[in-house]
Each structure stands twice: as structure tokens, then as C-alpha cells.
Design a protein. Sequence first.
Length: 389
Amino acid sequence: MKNLFKIYFFQIALLFCFSCGRNNAKSVKELGLVIDIQAEKEIFHSDMFDDYEIIPLETTYDGLVGEISQILLFKDLIFVLDRNLANALFIFSRKGNLLRKIESKGMGPGELFAPVNIAFNEADQELIVFDGRQAKFLFYDVEGNFLRENKKPELLSVFDMFFQKDYYYFIDDRVEDWHRRLLVTDRDLKEILRIDTFFDGDFRIINGKKNRYFYESHDGNGFYYKERNHNRLLAIEESKVIQQYLFSFSSLGFEPNSERVYQAHEFSREFWKSGEYALGDEMIDSKRYAFLSVDKGQEVRFALWDKEKGSVNMITNMKNDMDGISPDISGIPPLNAQSNHLIWAIHPRDLANYHRGKNLEDNPFLEFASKNGIDGDDNPILFIYTIKN
């Protein structure tokens, strides 16, 4: 009874917070950060990472991973979503052994058809798979055994599911009022409130979406939220915007017209043609540092935000001086779905070609591939780097 009262009280508090009014620059703490594009620098893996793991994913006849969309880590398990080619979810051990494949079967009860997003509920040890074609949520235990499903036709137009501490967060593309786009539901997927993330001066892009809007905070007590190509990053805790970070560029910053509603293809064309800078759509958070993607026209680069110093530097390259096998890093791989880790997923053939192009006398990948029995057509190799605190 006490827990039920606690949840009920929290929901009432959330509703009260939303009723207090829409966002404006005066109601939320604001911090401005300048990215100096002239002060680019090169850094090393050892500057940023404490540790790393190299995990070749086991290759089997019916367990071929094509294009990885999302990776989640939980204890000694790795959840890999391939929504474009295999149309399946794979469960590997931390040593890379394939434990289970959850694949598209159909649109009947308990069946998966089009997995578009995954999340993990640590409290209940449940894996959550969102089937965007059916607006259906399928729940599995950590071993991949089906538990139940919850079908919600009213959520058919949402994307980028994010789950944290008993609440789901979605971008709802149905609503015309952008102050109501961020939808919060309880564990039963019943709407609780809408979080206002739209501020004065923001511009709108319609008829287009990006893969991610939510980015897990390093301590798991909140998350960051960002609209497509906006330079505004919002920190959200307990379903309330607590901080806005406004990024700008020392020069060549792209400045959309806030009075205009952009079609997605029009915005992309104008932005690419400009050759100017805007904050990209990838982010990895850790206690001290955050990796931020930066778009320059059609070129994707990245910056390092040192939260302790309050500085943001463009990074030309992060040279691999640790394992010597994975490529140097010049951008954020889009499959990173968790904080505190940077994850690469590279097919062996691509890795072999990378090292062949370096013309090294000693090719470290050849020795690694031979030792682990890796063939060029095998499943990807994961490189999991733990970010320093």
C-alpha cells in the first residue's frame, strides 16, 4: 500500500509540474557553451578510457548479424538489435557466445514483426522490445523467454522509446503542438503527462525523424533530450526539465529561421549546402566527459565536453594507443545507447581492409583474427571502451 501511495503521489506531482506553464528561458536554468572550431585537437584512447573489451560475436548459420542498430549491456549479457537486415534481436554473453535470437515471426499474439527499439528494466530484469509496425511492446526475461505483450494502437506514431525508473518516454509525432511532443507513460503505458521541451526561438522540422532523442545520463537518474540539429540540450530529471545547455560555435554556426516550419528534406538540403556547423544527434554521457556529435554540412565530426572545466573542444581524431586493433575514432558510432561506454561494432572484413590500408609491417588484426579463428564474413567484433570518471 505504501508503494502504491508513493507512485500515486509522484504522478500527481508530475501533473502539477506540467500545469505550471510552458517553458521559457527564464523558468529553467541555462548554461551557454561555445565550441571553438579553430581549437581542434587530437587526443588518445588512454586520455579518455579506463579499460576496454574486444568481443568477437559468435557466427552461426541462423545467427548472422547484418547492421547493428542498438546495443545494450547488462552484467554479463549483450543485447544487439539489427532492425534493418536481420530484423531480429540477438542475446550474446559477454564473451560473445550467441545465447538467443528473437526474430520477426509475424503479427500474431506474442509474435514480433518489426523491432525498432529496445530497453532494459533492471528492477524487474526484463527486456522490452518495441514493435513499431504493430505499436506493440513485447517483454522477455534476460534469457530471451517471452513473458507478455502490451499492444497500444494509440502509440503507433511514436518513436525512440526510452525507459527509466518505471516510466516510458516517447516522441509523439501526432500532436501539432510541439510543447506536447514528449509523452510520459507509466509501466502500463497509460499517459501521465507531457513534458514541454519547446523553447522560445526553437525551430521546427516536420515529416522527418532521427534515430535518437533521448540520451541516458551517467548516473541513471535522468536523461538528456535533444531535437534534430538543435543546439539546445535539455537535462531532464523526474520528468522535469532542470537545465538547458545552449551550444554555439565560434564561427560558421548554422542559424535556422525560428519563424519557419521546415520540411525535413528542405532543412537537410539547406544545411548541407551551407557547410556550417550544428550540434549533431549522437551523445554519450559520463561523469566528467560527454562525447557530442557535430555536423558540418554532410560531414559528421565530434566534440568533447569537459563538464568539470566547462569547455567543449572539437576533436580531429582519437588515436588508438590501447588495443591497437580498432580504428582511430573521428565520430560517435550511432549504435551507442548507454552512458559511460563507447562501443564500436566492426565487421572483420572492414577491419582487415583498414589495417591493410595502413601498410604496417606488423598487422595486429591478422594475429588477433588468427588467434580467435575469425573469418572476413563473420559477425561484427565489438570494442567496448569504458570512459574515465
